[in-house]
Design a protein around this ligand. Structure first.
Ligand code: PMP
Length: 361
């Protein structure tokens, strides 16, 4: 049987492992930070009506500039942004890939602050961009001087921040992002996939965009918007950034059906986001109850919680899976990550974990 190593694959891809969050059919899936609340039925109906109309013209290529979608996204973001400031793709993973295709690539470097979203380094590998790991401060924070020191040392072409950070839930301050921007001539990306779950008074890097043409804020409809299956991610930046991405995107990369569904969903952003407060409540409950159970739960501004004090993460993961509950072993020693689900799902997870006994002090 032919194996991957028999193929004339690029040398720099040999030995790498693909993104591999398990996709199991389980009762309770709290492993990939989805919004576990389904799309409200009234909104779903409007989306279907929009799709029904769009499908009548799928003999033609879609609007390559997805102008109406960009207008809708700009309206949703606010902060004085217009359609020219916005770009979108099939999930924010594709947005990040396009950024690395345009600004990274062979001979260029990307600075990351692990532990962070695993796809950042995988997309770097796929685009031939060399990535470099920088240190975090205590509590997974990144102080301005820490970011500046790493940038001065490594002189990267691109810096990725993730705020709130997956898998730790930690936010990155605007002071750190501004200091990093001033310390580099390269591109600074803030992956804000979980921004809507941050406390209401949290500052978003969108407020830093004015006058910073090398700053990019990436967002997604996959999390707060309960739209992971539709694959819609986007960014806000100077209009020149979209000009750069036009050079690398495939023409018509956003299908007419994707555009129609996203526009219809954005017209109902209030209802689509109605569950965010509920999810934040379950996240805060997870932090409290995991602590009561004897674990160390890290504070989180996202829709998941990282918890430590787990003697054998793999064994806990497997025991929960045996009860049809899946969470995430993200490879941090002594830690696991769990997504905040509905109240019933969160209760089922906490009860099952409690049933495994208290962790060893
Ligand atoms: N950024 C972060 C930090 C994420 O955790 C995820 C999804 N897990 C994404 C981006 C990608 O999301 P999507 O491609 O669905 O927009």
């Amino acid at each position: 049987m032919t194996s991957l190593s028999d193929l004339p694959i690029r040398d720099d891809l040999r030995g790498l492992t693909p993104y591999g969050a398990p996709q199991e059919h389980v009762r309770i899936a709290l492993n990939v930070n989805e919004n576990t609340h389904p799309v409200p039925e009234a909104v779903a109906r409007d989306i279907v009506i929009a799709l029904a109309e769009a499908v009548l013209t799928v003999n033609r290529y879609p609007d390559r500039e997805f102008t109406e979608l960009r207008e809708s996204l700009a309206g949703y973001l606010g902060h004085g942004l217009t359609a020219e400031n916005v770009w979108a793709a099939n999930g924010s993973n594709e947005v990040l890939q396009q950024i690395l295709q345009a600004f990274g690539g062979p001979g260029r470097t990307l600075l990351l602050f692990p532990p962070t979203y695993s796809m950042h380094s995988i997309i770097a590998a796929g685009t031939g961009t060399q990535w470099i790991a920088a240190e975090r401060d205590d509590g997974f924070e990144i102080l301005p001087e820490t970011a500046v020191r790493a940038i001065r040392e490594h002189r990267p072409d691109i810096v990725f921040f993730c705020s709130p950070n997956n898998p730790t839930g930690t936010s990155v301050s605007l002071e750190t992002i501004a200091a990093a921007y001033d310390a580099t001539d390269g591109i600074v990306v803030v992956d804000e996939a979980y921004a809507e779950f941050a406390p209401a008074d949290s500052a978003t890097a969108l407020t830093l965009l004015d006058g910073r043409e090398r700053l990019i804020v990436s967002r997604t409809m996959s999390k707060a918007f309960a739209f992971a299956g539709a694959r819609v991610g986007y960014l806000a930046a100077d209009p020149a950034v979209a000009d750069a991405l036009r050079l690398v995107r495939l023409p018509y990369h956003l299908s007419a059906l994707t555009q129609a569904a996203a526009i219809a969903a954005l017209a109902h952003s209030g209802e689509m986001l109605a569950m965010v407060d509920d999810i934040k409540g379950q996240r805060d409950r997870l932090v409290v109850e995991l602590t009561t159970l004897g674990y160390h739960a890290w504070p989180s501004a996202a829709n998941f919680v990282l918890f430590g004090g787990v003697d054998d993460p793999h064994a806990v993961f497997e025991s929960l899976l045996a009860q049809s509950i899946i969470i995430r072993d993200i490879g941090i020693a002594g830690h696991l990550r769990v997504t905040a689900g509905t109240e019933a799902e969160t209760t089922a997870f906490l009860d099952a974990l409690a049933g495994l006994g208290r962790p060893q002090p």
